[in-house]
Write a protein that binds this ligand. Sequence first.
Ligand SMILES: *Cc1c(COP(=O)(O)O)cnc(C)c1O
Length: 453
Amino acid sequence: MDLQHWLGRANDAIQQWADTFGPYEQHPSLLVDDDRFAVAFGELTGRLRENYPFFHPRYAGQMLKPPHPAAIVGHLTTMLINPNNHALDGGPATARMEREAVAQLAAMFGYDTHLGHLTTSGTIANLEALFVARELHPGRGIAYSADAHYTHGRMCHVLGMKGYPVPTDDRGRISVDALEDILRTGEVGTVVLTAGTTGLGAVDPVHSALALRDRYGVRLHVDAAYGGFFTLLAGADGPEGLPAEPWRAIARCDSIVVDPHKHGLQPYGCGAVLFRDPEVGRFYLHDSPYTYFTSSELHLGEISLECSRAGAAAAALWLTFQVLPPTPDGLGRVLGAGRRAALRWADLITASDALELYQRPELDIVGYFPSVEPATLSGVDAASARVLADGMAGTDPVFLSTLKADRDAFTARHPEVTADADGARILRSVLMKPESEDHVQHLHDQVTLLARS
Ligand SMILES: *Cc1c(COP(=O)(O)O)cnc(C)c1O
């Protein structure tokens, strides 16, 4: 897709529509001289160079990458109109696109009924899911794994609920036994299961937790902000295929959060929350004196905590799904490549004497650390920090990230490393670009050199 071509077409199409309303003069207060703008624009593009090359396969750090051109064109085209998906008065077309895209997300997880909407972020989407959880189980708390996103602890505080962090196993997944011990107290009303932790991409055993729901009368919320789209690889053939059980079980959970701005090829400003029971919409109900004139149909603002939201975000996701739908043959192929890249790198690291694998990747996130002699946590920590810094400094740079592993988590995986500190930074690479698949050998060679020097 040639962006220059399609952005020109975008401008023409919206202008043609605008022209049907007749000419008008722009107010002089808004007029800006082109020369003056050129100076400011030059400064902007100059300042934007202060960035890491998220688009390039040599960037193998955090969960960052640019949107797909379809999303960019969808977003920018719609932004020329700037609809607001709070209400049908603000953006009838994009509100409908949002409904359609959200229905595709719900179908991807196997929900046969749903109520849901897009949000500005996974944080807000999780806040909504926990808010509904509180309304349904007032006075009872929220359990989540110790490796769950920190937003859950924080949102418990915001919502005035008690949070119960649950220990994880030696792969970073919630311990079902430890969870059951907490549920026996009767104090927990909702369990958060993470399908793809932010740190290492660990997938909680959602299928094992299902039995606990009935036994203890709890709600199950799945935080799949990062990992949700990996459900497209559940049971797939080939090395990228994932065990089906936890992913299939998500369809039976009460709510789901997924971030299209992480693995859905979207620009920031696109999270989503889905509820299996549409009846929970009653908790949001309110009267707005300002909006809801044009339709008695449900307005998205009536079922979301946020008010104004970019219609452009919905249009971008809708347009992307027209060409790369959330199906195994669509987006699934994009995720599959990243997953194969992670497995391949894990194999190279396992065979290497300069690097060690922290744990086998479940999705597309690789955790590893330089081999050090003597093997101590403080040695691993210093070596990881050095590789991170040296990697960015050279003329052929490589961009990684680090993850703080605490002492118990580290020694559960690597008892041979002496625990002389309360934890250690390890190296972490999120291989979320399909291009990484062809770049992994080069990355490995570079990081190996850095670790040896
Ligand atoms: C990223 C992430 C969040 C937070 O989402 P934002 O879109 O960054 O606000 C929550 N949970 C998990 C598992 C995540 O990976």
